[in-house]
Design a protein around this ligand. Structure first.
Ligand SMILES: N[C@@H](CCC(=O)N[C@@H](CS)C(=O)NCC(=O)O)C(=O)O
Length: 239
C-alpha cells in the first residue's frame, strides 16, 4: 500500500515504539509527530478517541483515516504492507498475539512499579514483574533457539518486547531490583533486541535522559531512590 503514513507519537511511549519498529522492519517510510501528553493540543484531542498515542494517520480514499490502538495499528500494517512479521500458521499466530497481549500487561505492571507510592507497593510490583518475566522465560525455553522470540525470524512479539526491555536499561542505572535475575533466555533476548537497528531507531538519542527525568518527577518510591542516589553519588546525575 503506497500512501502517506503519519505516526502520532510521544518521545517515551512504548506503544508508539512497537508501531515504529514494525514500520522500520517493513521498510515503510512514515512521518512521526510527537505530542505533549501533559498538555494535549486540541487537534490531537479531536482525533484521538481515547486521548492516547499512538495514532496512525492514513491517507485514504481522497481523505484520511485515523487508526488508534497500537495492536490494531500493527494488524493493519500486517494486512497492508509487505514483509510479514506475524507467522503464517494460525495457531502460532494466535500464540504470538497472546504474548503481545502479555507484553501490554507487563507494560501496565511497569507503570505500577515506577509509580508505587511506598516500599511495600514497590516490592509487590517488583515481585509481580519478576513472576511475569519468569513466565516469559518458560515460554522462551519451549521454543527453538533465538535470537528472536520465534527463532531466527524477527516478529511482532519482538517489536513489542524491545520497548519493554528498554525500560530496564534505565532501571538498572538506578538500582539493582533483581527483576530479570536468573532468567538467561530473557537476558539473551533483551541483549539481541537492544542491538536491533529498528529497536534502537524507535526512540530519539535523548530517550534515556527523558525517561530518567520522567521517573524522577513521579513523586514515587522510585523517584525517592533517584533523589537519594543523586545526593549519595552526585556524578550519577550526569551518568
Ligand atoms: N492500549 C493503548 C495504550 C496506549 C497508551 O497507553 N498510550 C499512552 C502513552 S504510552 C498515552 O497516550 N497516554 C495518555 C493518556 O492516557 O492521557 C495502545 O495499545 O495503543
Amino acid at each position: 500500500m503506497t500512501t502517506k503514513l503519519t505516526l502520532v507519537s510521544h518521545h517515551l511511549c512504548p506503544y508508539v515504539q512497537r508501531a515504529a519498529i514494525s514500520l522500520a522492519e517493513k521498510g515503510v517510510p512514515f512521518e512521526r509527530v510527537n505530542v505533549d501528553l501533559a498538555n494535549k493540543p486540541d487537534w490531537f484531542k479531536a482525533i484521538s478517541p481515547l486521548g492516547k498515542v499512538p495514532l496512525l494517520r492514513v491517507e485514504y480514499g481522497g481523505g484520511e483515516e485515523i487508526i488508534f490502538e497500537s495492536a490494531v495499528i500493527l494488524e493493519f500494517l500486517e494486512e497492508t504492507e509487505a514483509n510479514p512479521l506475524h507467522p503464517a500458521d494460525p495457531v502460532t499466530r494466535a500464540r504470538h498475539r497472546a504474548w503481545i497481549e502479555f507484553g501490554s500487561a507487563i507494560l501496565n505492571a511497569i507503570g505500577r512499579f515506577y509509580s508505587a507510592a511506598d516500599e511495600n507497593a514497590f516490592l509487590n510490583e517488583s515481585r509481580n514483574l519478576s513472576e511475569m518475566f519468569a513466565r516469559v522465560e518458560a515460554e522462551l525455553s519451549i521454543r527453538q533457539s533465538g535470537p528472536w522470540f520465534a527463532g531466527d525470524r524477527f516478529s511482532l512479539v519482538d517489536a513489542v518486547y524491545g520497548p519493554i526491555f528498554r525500560y530496564f536499561d534505565t532501571f538498572d542505572r538506578i538500582g539493582d531490583f533483581g527483576i530479570l535475575d536468573g532468567k538467561p533466555l530473557v537476558h539473551a533476548w533483551r541483549e539481541a533486541l537492544s542491538n536491533r537497528r529498528s529497536v534502537k531507531g524507535a526512540v530519539g538519542a535523548d530517550y534515556p535522559q527523558r525517561l530518567h527525568a520522567f521517573l524522577q518527577a513521579k513523586k514515587s518510591y522510585l523517584s525517592e531512590i533517584i533523589r537519594l542516589q543523586a545526593i549519595a553519588v552526585p556524578q550519577a546525575r550526569s551518568a
